[in-house]
Write a protein that binds this ligand. Sequence first.
Ligand code: HPA
Length: 274
Amino acid sequence: MTLIEKLRESAAFITSKTGPEKIDLAIVLGSGLGDLADSLEKSVIVDYHDIPHFPVSTVPGHKGRLVCGYLEGRRILCMQGRFHFYEGWSMQECVYPIQTFRVMGIEKLFLTNAAGCVNKDWNAGDLMLIDDHIKLDADSPLRGQNPDELGPRFFDMTEAWNPEAKDVAIAAAREAGITLRKGVYMYFGGPQFETPAEVRMARTLGADAAGMSTVPEAIAASQMGMKTLGISCLTNMAAGILAQKLSHEEVLETGEKVKGSFITLVRKIVKTWK
Ligand code: HPA
């Protein structure tokens, strides 16, 4: 079976559960934001396990299901639990859900994540709009055969992060009285956090944040012409900035503290990103 045939089967299965009504946008809920899916109205839940050809998440704290429903009057599809390269999935597998969403007809993608703060002028707990990204490792979610139905083999990434969506996010933050930084997210494969030298390198290259997700998804979305928006919760200062070691607990703790304003911002964006 070819990739496009699999995607069509996955898409048809999901649509058979959610119904054919247009979905305004898909949101990938990063660590800490998973609860947002529980506040959808008229929600329909589809477990990844049940979707033909879908990968299944293994990270503790990451649920593995789609939740489709209404938030702020918009019909959205949430991914509660994403697929990371460090779990053992290939890059291609990590973006399979995003490609499925496009085959379902979804045109907008909102990516959220937790990331380390590389910019020394900012603080743990800050929220950052992803203005652009850097990914230096050679692997790509689009390596290998390229089904024409998904998009061109070679494609432009100038507006991988949609300019209008950025404006919407900035306006939403301003209205909500939430400080939103704007910066460059640098992708690292993980699962180990970066070394202090890697963090210095990232800063020298122009990065403001470091993280282990999101970029493969944005690349796949860009190929398919989706409008993509990304917001990072900077849960910790990246390695070597402070005189303390990093821990996953710190990431979860800060995520929990910031959750309220992050959810407020996400809701406002969902409401106004037309
Ligand atoms: N580095 C990479 N990924 C992360 C970090 C970090 O410091 N914090 C949360 N996710």
